[in-house]
Design a protein around this ligand. Structure first.
Ligand code: FES
Length: 244
C-alpha cells in the first residue's frame, strides 16, 4: 500500500470546472440527498471529476468542497483514503490496480505485478514510455473468490493467469480495452464454480401433494335440566365454632 498524497504542484492544473453535462449531473446528484445532507454526494462528485479529468487534482478537490459547502480538508480526507481516486496523472488508456492482498497473493498476484513492472514501469504510478499505461498495487478489491484479479477503471478482470493478463495489457496498450469482456477470464458465471455446478445438480424429483387438513371437532353441547326440577342450592359454608 502506497502513501497517498497529492501530486506535485508542477503537474496540478491551475483550475478545475465540471463540463456543462457533468455540472448538470452533479447538481442532480446533490439534489438526491435531503436538505443539510448534501455532503453525502462527495464520493460521486469526486468520481465524476476523475472520469472527466482522468485523475483527481487539487483544484478538483477544492471545487467539490465548494459545491458541497465542505471544508477542503474533509474532501481531501476522502480523496486520499479511497484508492479508487487517482491523485496524480495516470496512463491515458488504463491504470491497472493489481490486488496484492492474501487470497490474490496466494493465487499469483506476485506474477501479475511482475508483468506490470516488466511491461509498464518498474515502479508504480509511473507510465510506460508512451504514457498510455500505469499501475499500482492495492488492497482487497472484493473479488477474492475469483483471485487473482486486477481493476482497470471501474471494471474488474478476474481468474487471471500471466498469459491472459498479458493479453489484456496488450489490448489496453493498443487502445482496444473494450474488446476484453470484464469479469472472470475462465469459464464460470460470476463467482459460481469453475466449469459448472458441482452440487445441487439433480433434477428435483419430489412431487408436491395436497393433504386436506381435518376440520376441528364440534364443541360439546351441555345437557339441559328436566322441566320443574330446580337445580339444588348450595348450602352456605358453616362458620367454625369457637370461643366468643
Ligand atoms: S484479496 Fe484480491 S480481491 Fe480480495
Amino acid at each position: 500500500m502506497s502513501v497517498r498524497r497529492l501530486a506535485d504542484e508542477a503537474v496540478q492544473p491551475a483550475s478545475f470546472a465540471f463540463s456543462e453535462e457533468n455540472l448538470k449531473w452533479a447538481e442532480r446528484k446533490i439534489a438526491e440527498y435531503p436538505a443539510g445532507r448534501q455532503q453525502s454526494a462527495v464520493i460521486p462528485l469526486l468520481m465524476r471529476a476523475q472520469d472527466q479529468q482522468g485523475w483527481v487534482s487539487r483544484p478538483a478537490i477544492e471545487k467539490v468542497a465548494e459545491m458541497l459547502g465542505m471544508a477542503y480538508i474533509r474532501v481531501l480526507e476522502v480523496a486520499t483514503f479511497y484508492t479508487q481516486f487517482q491523485l496524480k496523472p495516470v496512463g491515458t488508456n488504463a491504470h491497472i490496480q493489481v490486488c496484492g492482498t492474501t487470497p490474490c497473493m496466494l493465487r499469483g498476484a506476485e506474477a501479475l505485478r511482475k508483468v506490470c513492472q516488466h511491461r509498464i514501469h518498474p515502479d508504480p504510478f509511473h507510465t510506460n514510455p508512451e504514457g498510455t499505461l500505469s499501475w499500482e498495487e492495492v488492497e482487497c478489491l472484493g473479488a477474492c473468490v475469483n483471485a487473482p484479479m486486477v481493476m482497470i477503471g471501474q471494471d474488474t478482470y478476474e481468474d487471471l493467469t500471466v498469459e491472459r493478463f498479458e493479453e489484456i495489457v496488450d489490448a489496453f496498450a493498443a487502445g482496444k480495452g473494450k474488446s476484453i469482456t470484464p469479469g472472470p477470464q475462465v469459464e464460470r458465471q460470476f463467482s459460481a464454480a469453475h466449469g459448472g455446478a458441482t452440487v445441487l445438480r439433480e433434477v428435483p424429483s419430489a412431487k408436491r401433494t395436497r393433504v386436506e387438513f381435518p376440520p376441528p371437532p364440534a364443541p360439546a353441547v351441555k345437557a339441559a335440566a328436566p322441566a320443574g326440577i330446580k337445580p339444588a342450592r348450595k348450602s352456605p359454608a358453616k362458620k367454625p365454632q369457637g370461643d366468643a
